[in-house]
Design a protein around this ligand. Structure first.
Ligand code: NAD
Ligand code: UDP
Length: 339
């Protein structure tokens, strides 16, 4: 079975390709807007079967049509490709709407023209829940007004996919709402590779410990949490990758068209200060930090109720927080050739 992975050279996509390659033939479509071509070689050095790469800009209808013509035997699609920087999306909303929404529409237009079953997984995010009413967050939590154009594109894309699945009897789809993916493949050959200054906590920590960035600033310690710093649900990227395989298998078994959503998180909340302690104890490295102002748009606490995924997808996270943090550091060391 051939699976198309859009954005497969990115952080989560590359880890998912490694897991997919154990059983499926994998085609990546990526335009390298937020990834480097060197990831392909790294990925293929640990993949179980060779992954094919097509340099395609998914905003371009003609290129997408060419992709589907060339790989007409695709029966699964995992759609990771999107721009994902919340702050940038506030500054350049049109870029985000254009990229994230048109890419999905162009793919669905091709899917619509086929007369065979297609299994589709969309990368959504816990940002769709905004400030949660109840913790842990179940899939029943209402989707709230998005804080940013990025978050809004996730909501719109979920809706587009749902509408399309209702009309197309061949389409089976799932939106996976990720919590906070962290860490790297155990080989340390692939990992999170942000272009420019990392916006996320873990790559900022590993780069600051590696001496590439200034000391970490904790964005606020006056939140309504036990130690005052924000709480998130951090999940090892390999566990997240595995959730995609399980979701694909779930859809393959489905006889009729469907559209479902699943939370993918560990179910455990961890504060920024707890992350710092866990990183120091699992790697033996000290993190220098200072307390700064709150970052706009951050919610106090968010973590998943993952029971639906555990039950229906027969998926469960295997890695601990310490293992995830250690793998993130091993990747940083390997990439920068630090002893
Ligand atoms: P990433 O930026 O590392 O990977 C995305 C990939 O998509 C990149 O390789 C980029 O070049 C490619 N891409 C973007 N626009 C494209 C286009 N028009 N045509 C072709 N390729 C294009 O991001 P990631 O962290 O791996 O995230 C993957 C998906 O998961 C995204 O949809 C993101 O919104 C979602 N997500 C990520 C997180 C997170 O914390 N990383 C959390 C929730 C959801
Ligand atoms: N954070 C921080 N300093 C940083 C980056 C992030 O204190 O340099 C905090 C951020 O305020 C949030 C948590 O770390 O409370 C996780 O942030 P990240 O951007 O990794 O993920 P988010 O939950 O925003 O998607």
């Amino acid at each position: 079975m051939k699976v198309l992975v859009t954005g497969g050279l990115g952080y989560i996509g590359s880890h998912t390709c490694v897991e997919l390659s154990k059983k499926y033939s994998v085609v990546i479509a990526d335009n390298l807007i937020n990834s480097k071509i060197e990831v392909l070689e790294r990925l293929n050095s640990i993949a179980h079967s060779k992954v094919i790469f097509e340099k395609i800009d998914l905003r371009n209808k003609k290129e997408v049509a060419f992709l589907f013509e060339k790989h007409g035997d695709i029966s699964g699609i995992i759609h990771f490709a999107a721009l994902k920087a919340v702050g940038e999306s506030v500054e350049k909303p049109l870029l985000y709407y254009e990229n994230n929404i048109n890419s999905l529409l162009n793919i669905l237009e091709q899917v619509q023209q086929r007369n065979s079953k297609i299994n589709f997984i969309f990368s959504s995010s816990c940002t769709v829940y905004g400030q949660p009413i109840k913790l842990p967050i179940t899939e029943e939590e209402p989707v709230k007004k998005a804080f940013s154009p990025y978050g809004e594109t996730k909501q719109i894309c979920e809706n587009i996919l749902s509408a399309s699945s209702k009309l197309n009897k061949y389409l089976r789809s799932i939106s996976l709402r990720y919590f906070n993916p962290i860490g790297a493949h155990e080989s340390a050959m692939i990992g999170e590779l942000p272009l420019g200054k990392p916006q996320n906590l873990i790559p900022y920590i590993t780069q600051s410990v590696a001496g590439v960035r200034e000391k970490l600033t904790i964005f606020g310690d006056d939140y309504d949490t036990p130690d005052g710093t924000c709480i998130r649900d951090y999940i090892h990227v390999t566990d997240l990758a595995d959730a995609h395989i399980k979701a694909l298998e779930y859809l393959i078994e489905k006889e009729f068209s469907t559209n479902e959503v699943f939370n993918i998180g560990t179910g455990k909340g961890t504060s920024v200060l707890e992350i710092i302690n866990a990183f120091e104890s699992s790697t033996g490295k000290k993190i220098s930090y200072k307390i700064g102002k709150r970052r706009k748009g951050d919610v106090d606490a968010t973590y998943a109720d993952n029971k639906k995924a555990l039950k229906s997808l027969s998926w469960s996270p295997k890695y601990s927080l310490e293992q995830a943090l250690e793998s993130a550091w091993n990747w940083e060391k390997n990439y920068r050739k630090i002893k």
